[in-house]
Design a protein around this ligand. Sequence first.
Ligand code: FMN
Length: 163
Amino acid sequence: MVSLEEVYMGDAIIFYSWSGHCLYVAAKLAEKTGSDLFVLKDDHRKGLLNIVFQGGYRAHKQHHTELACDVPDLSTYKCVTLVAPVWFGYPAPAFNNVVDALPLGSTVKVILVSDSGKSNHEPVEKQLDRHGFKVLEFTDMKQPKHIKDLNDLSYTLEEPCGQ
Ligand SMILES: Cc1cc2nc3c(=O)[nH]c(=O)nc-3n(C[C@H](O)[C@H](O)[C@H](O)COP(=O)(O)O)c2cc1C
């Protein structure tokens, strides 16, 4: 007998995007799969220098960043897809906020978006392994060229900060 709760447990997609590409990828995927779409926002709009120096350092160290609000509780979802840009080979720091917020042993998919379509897999795989995550997919992709088409996508963001 399947409980009502189980019937309604779909997938979640959670993304961070500084310049729009991951938003596009995540929104397109949500549109295609009917998944719930969650956004992670910086506590304030960060400039390029901040991103390059502080962001790059934190990405490399697999540290957190300051977000506008806590990572939402995604523990009721069967699978969570994390979408993040690559900064100096590593996922942008907001990715680490999500990894640490998810319950141990979560089932996840990872999509890393970059100019080159390449990232430093090994440390990320180790990080996910330390959390006992079951990784269904780990995809590196080149950033889409046409994010200007974002307006053509129909997507709904789950309210950030639960407001
Ligand atoms: C600080 C910084 C570091 C980056 N480092 C890399 C990198 O190491 N390899 C790469 O292919 N692209 C790199 N990029 C490009 C981004 O990964 C790429 O533009 C991505 O699509 C941005 O996603 P967003 O538009 O959702 O923020 C970097 C971009 C920034 C701002």
